[in-house]
Write a new protein. Structure first.
Length: 157
């Protein structure tokens, strides 16, 4: 499901962004989108450096351009224990709004470009495994079911 645009930066939106930044650090993530914590809003936070104070908050993001190709092993806080190599654009330009309601443009490459595409996907209702060919998606689904039923956990001391 596609998330709803943020109309105005209210106190609630600022509080949500702060909570999301805390959650991202708590869970050792480098990005988090509002739908991942049950809020259907076009808002994500990201910080590939994991250095406090360098987090970015983007509202209503739009990918303006994408070029090149990069394949990186990705994981997601919404799919614990799943890591898959995903092909994405190597460079992206993204526009949106910042937390003070001002327009913002981000030109990114490297890990940041990957994170931005991953988070924008969440806002479109898409997970990184949706980029996999169908047979690998099935494999991921079966592996997750296996983990959920505790078969692996049960075999550990
Ligand atoms: Zn994710």
């Amino acid at each position: 499901m596609k998330a709803r645009p943020v109309d105005a930066v209210t106190q609630d939106i600022r509080r949500l962004a702060r909570d999301m930044i805390d959650t991202m650090y708590d869970r050792d993530g480098i990005g988090l989108a509002a739908p991942q914590i049950g809020q259907s809003l076009q808002l994500f936070v990201a910080n590939p450096s994991q250095e406090r104070g360098r987090e970015m908050v983007v509202l209503n993001p739009v990918v303006e351009s994408a070029s090149g190709r990069a394949t990186v092993t990705e994981g997601c806080l919404s799919l614990p224990n799943v890591w898959q190599r995903i092909a994405r654009a190597a460079r992206v330009r993204l526009s949106g709004m910042d937390l003070s309601g001002q327009p913002l443009t981000i030109e990114a490459e490297g890990l940041l470009a990957i994170v931005l595409q991953h988070e924008v996907d969440h806002l479109q209702g898409c997970l990184f495994v949706d980029h996999l060919p169908w047979f690998r998606r099935l494999w991921v689904r079966d592996a997750r079911r296996f983990l959920r039923h505790g078969v692996l956990r049960g075999s550990q001391p």
